[in-house]
Design a protein around this ligand. Structure first.
Ligand SMILES: Cc1ncc(COP(=O)(O)O)c(C=O)c1O
Length: 200
């Protein structure tokens, strides 16, 4: 929290409009959509609550499987357990430390063969670095499995897609864009850099 955040919190107290949700939340949601280019945004109490809500919306429940990343924060995947579903972890690739698309492909192929595809895939954008969206979204689309990106650590990060067609300017998207839903929590750093090693 910096001075600006404190100023906004002070303003809310001064207005005495603290509950129910006041104008600041609507303004925050609008600003968030403008900044990220993501069409709709709902402000919740935490990233964990946001993941819980996204998975509930997808109908995740007992007997389902959800795929998560083996290197992540607990709030990324604990909502799967809250909903009574089972977790399958996919290991990370050595370069990005994010979900390995080859291992994900193998798991989805195996799932299809045994007649049980996951209800959702949750790649984590670890330390402000986006997972390989091009490959992960393509693989999941081909199996009809929704992707919920855990972009909790990636506010301000961008992803430059290789295989997305169109002009170069449109190939760079904000973290989380293009998924069925994405979850954000803290900001990476003041300048919104993508390399978290500079920021944490
Ligand atoms: C990768 C990741 N996922 C999820 C979360 C959960 O966010 P919150 O602490 O707001 O519940 C965090 C928070 O640190 C995180 O780093």
């Amino acid at each position: 929290m910096g001075d600006l955040e404190q100023q906004f919190v002070r303003q809310v107290f001064e207005s005495n409009y603290i509950a129910p949700a006041g104008a600041e939340i609507k303004a925050f949601e609008r600003a968030f959509c403008d900044y990220t280019g993501i069409g709709h945004c709902v402000a919740l109490s935490s990233g964990t609550a946001a993941m819980h809500l996204a998975l509930r919306e997808l109908g995740v429940g007992p007997g389902d499987e959800v795929i998560g990343s083996s290197l992540t924060f607990i709030g990324s995947i604990s909502p799967v357990v809250f909903l009574g579903a089972g977790l399958v972890f996919i290991d990370c690739d050595r370069a990005s430390w994010n979900m390995d698309p080859d291992l994900l492909t193998a798991e989805l192929e195996a799932g299809e063969k045994r007649g049980k595809l996951p209800k959702a895939v949750i790649p984590t954008d670890l330390y402000g670095q986006c997972a390989d969206y091009d490959r992960i979204f393509n693989i999941c689309n081909s199996y009809g499995v929704p992707v919920v990106v855990d972009a909790a650590e990636a506010m301000g990060a961008t992803y430059a897609g290789n295989k997305i067609s169109g002009p170069a300017s449109e190939r760079v998207v904000h973290a989380g864009k293009g998924a069925r839903a994405s979850v954000f929590s803290r900001r990476v750093c003041k300048e919104g850099l993508t390399l978290a090693s500079d920021c944490f």
